[in-house]
Design a protein around this ligand. Structure first.
Ligand code: OXD
Ligand code: MN
Length: 643
């Protein structure tokens, strides 16, 4: 086996931050001569020598495969961050946004702008581990399967020598507060300084994680390369879109990603680890890894409860996570905006942590009226990607207000107003600690107690504002039958309504039928089961106008949810589940709301919906679908027919 190349700068010189590019280069890359000397003497820097054997072996194998020029183990220090920023400015990946405090703008290659679901695969010995029975040997909407041989082939076709001439960064990271019993550790190897910098924001990285690894050696191996660019002119944003692939092998706790530098394709802690591998770990260990935000809500009497909520991307998840309630006396505090890891504790309480450390939020649509809290969070220590740039070194995106003159669009051209100035999936990457309403318990090692779970989607037609599930199994059925209009976060086009069970469709790490079985197994003696609700902020009237104002007014729905958690008798039964009793939803001072239409349950629509759900279950899941789900569907049909 080829000897791996490894070097590390041990202590950061005093003038590290002040020095320029040249210094950053030396600091991060070490000189070739020193490199050779170290190899000859077979000397490892103390930091590398101190790594656990498993981490060293991972670095060694990755370096032998990718043949980087240099290896740098990230310590998470401020000096390291400054050096990365300097390096990225030199390479043309980032530019400063002088209008704000330590904010940066990246423009990706226009071919590398979203998650590529069609190139995202899960590997296992048996296809059935990943793909439900109904789709055996075919393409599945619920998980792309790749066989071990093809997995290995995909790696060997892409990775050998892919980091030649580049630095290989090693990022030890923790998903969740370091040391929490609910947290997990990963090590991401990447050749992208943008990824390193973003991982600093989105996860906890560095020395404390290495320390934790000394106690428990298990970690998820994440290997990432932007690839050897085939496209000319992509120096600032190297990528290989034609050959992009994102691979997961849950049985080996391994993620391998090639060709894309953006978002969930490259920040491997997020969707790849926290959801795809996370869901497999959760099933194995008896907990839940979900695509859910977590918020704490305090009512006017000072009673506080936490809820988790699953919505597909771009359904206002970050807005709900940072809501400014319009109802007097209510307070919302944010624990997380995207992912929840939840486990029942010894007292039978479902406890949740946010495994992330930052927000990777969709910029367009965020404004001081839709999400003032996000706007108060993002203008410090933030990396913006693919937003438009203003003349005075600021940012702009659609939905932020009137476009100022002289905008540069996300492609770096003067904006001609013919297409959006900011890419619809442009993002801010912001530390969670910037959020003025971050919950005091957001880093609690024990997690926060969850009283209710909300499920939702963007449903312009037929689906009431809020419906409470009759019981847990009914709630699981609601999750299994979730649908929503497609979003810009992935490569789907148009506004089609897609099935997106539990908002997890692109993120299941294993057979969806088994996932449902896992959810159904949650109620056990002594456990306090959260109530489950389905919400839809997006219902429209016959003229295409929203029936509900949304945003801060959604606190009115949360108020009803909390009152239901207190077992208040403020509900009535419908064919779909419980909805608020007449006048039970607080609409005071809201003006003219057509409550009748907002809560109507059109018979024809629901018979069709039930058919569509049945078709989906049959064609996508088949015999792997738990019988309870068929029973629930029958109940729905019967209820609607009899209504
Ligand atoms: C996200 C997504 O980026 O769900 O959070 O796509
Ligand atoms: Mn998400």
């Amino acid at each position: 086996m080829k000897i791996f190349k490894m070097l590390h700068f041990k202590t950061v010189p005093e003038d590290y931050i002040r020095k320029t590019a040249e210094f950053a280069q030396v600091a991060l890359n070490c000189s070739r001569a020193a490199h050779q000397t170290a190899l000859r003497g077979n000397k490892l820097s103390p930091q590398i020598a101190a790594l656990t054997p498993k981490v060293r072996a991972f670095i060694e194998r990755s370096a032998a495969l990718c043949e980087p020029e240099h290896v740098h183990v990230c310590d998470g220090s401020e000096a390291e961050a400054s050096a990365l920023l300097q390096l990225m400015q030199n390479q043309g990946t980032l530019k400063p946004l002088p209008k704000y405090d330590n904010c940066w703008l990246a423009r990706t290659d226009p071919a590398d702008v979203a998650r590529v679901e069609s190139r995202t695969f899960i590997c296992s010995e048996r296809e059935r581990d990943v793909v439900p029975a109904a789709r055996a040997g075919q393409k599945s909407a619920l998980g792309n399967y790749i066989a071990p041989n093809d997995y290995d082939k995909a790696v060997t076709e892409r990775f050998p020598g892919c980091m030649r001439g580049r630095t290989m960064y090693v990022i030890p990271f923790s998903m969740g507060p370091v040391g929490s019993p609910l947290s997990k550790i990963g090590v991401e190897i990447t050749d992208s300084p943008y990824v390193v910098y973003s991982m600093r924001v989105m996860t906890r990285i560095g020395a404390s994680v290495l320390e934790a690894l000394r106690k428990d050696e298990h970690f998820v191996r994440c290997l990432h390369s932007v690839g050897r660019s085939q496209t000319p002119g992509t120096a600032g944003w190297p990528c290989d879109p034609a050959r992009t692939i994102i691979l997961h092998r849950p049985a080996d706790s391994e993620i391998v990603s090639y060709g894309s530098g953006y978002g969930g394709n490259s920040l491997l802690g997020k969707k790849c680890f926290a959801l795809r591998l996370g869901s497999v770990l959760a099933r194995r260990e008896g907990w839940l890894a979900e695509h859910m935000l977590i918020v704490g809500i305090t009512d006017p009497r000072g009673r506080k409860r936490y809820i988790a909520a699953a919505f597909p991307s771009a359904c206002g998840k970050t807005n709900l996570a940072m809501m400014t309630p319009s109802l007097p006396g209510y307070k919302v505090e944010c624990v997380g905006d995207d992912i929840a890891w939840m486990k029942f504790d010894g007292d039978g309480v479902l406890r949740a942590i946010n495994p992330e450390n930052g927000f990777f939020g969709v910029a367009p649509g965020t404004s001081s009226s839709t999400n003032p809290i996000a706007m108060a969070s993002v203008f410090k220590n933030t990396v913006f990607t693919n937003v438009a740039e203003t003349k005075d070194g600021g940012v702009w995106w659609e939905g932020m207000g009137t476009a100022p003159e002289g905008l540069t669009d996300w492609k770096g051209k003067q904006w001609d107003r013919k297409a959006p100035a900011a890419h619809p999936n442009s993002r801010f990457c912001t530390p969670a600690e910037n959020c003025p309403i971050i919950d005091s318990e957001w880093e609690s090692a024990a997690g926060v107690p969850i009283s209710a779970i909300l499920l939702g989607g963007r449903r312009p037609e037929g689906v009431p504002l809020v419906v409470e599930a009759r019981d847990w199994a009914h709630g699981v059925f609601m999750g299994a039958s979730m649908r929503s209009e497609a979003t810009a976060a992935a490569e789907h086009a148009g506004k089609v309504v897609m099935h997106d069970p539990f908002a997890m469709r692109p993120f299941f790490g294993y057979n969806f039928g088994e996932y449902l079985r896992h959810w159904l197994s949650m109620p056990q003696a002594g456990r306090q089961m959260p109530k489950i609700f389905h919400v839809n902020w997006f219902r429209k009237d016959s003229e295409g106008k929203f029936l509900w104002p949304g945003f801060g007014e959604n606190s009115r729905v949360l108020d009803w949810v909390l009152r239901r958690c207190e077992e208040e008798d403020c509900h009535v039964e419908t064919p779909l589940g419980y909805i608020p009793k007449e006048n039970a939803l607080n609409t005071k001072d809201l003006g003219n709301i057509n409550m009748k239409e907002l809560f109507s349950i059109p018979k024809e629509f629901w018979l069709q919906e039930a058919d569509a759900i049945g078709k989906y279950f049959k064609e996508e899941v088949g015999e792997d679908l738990p019988n309870e789900m068929w029973d629930q569907l029958m109940t729905l049909k019967k209820n609607v027919q009899n209504s």
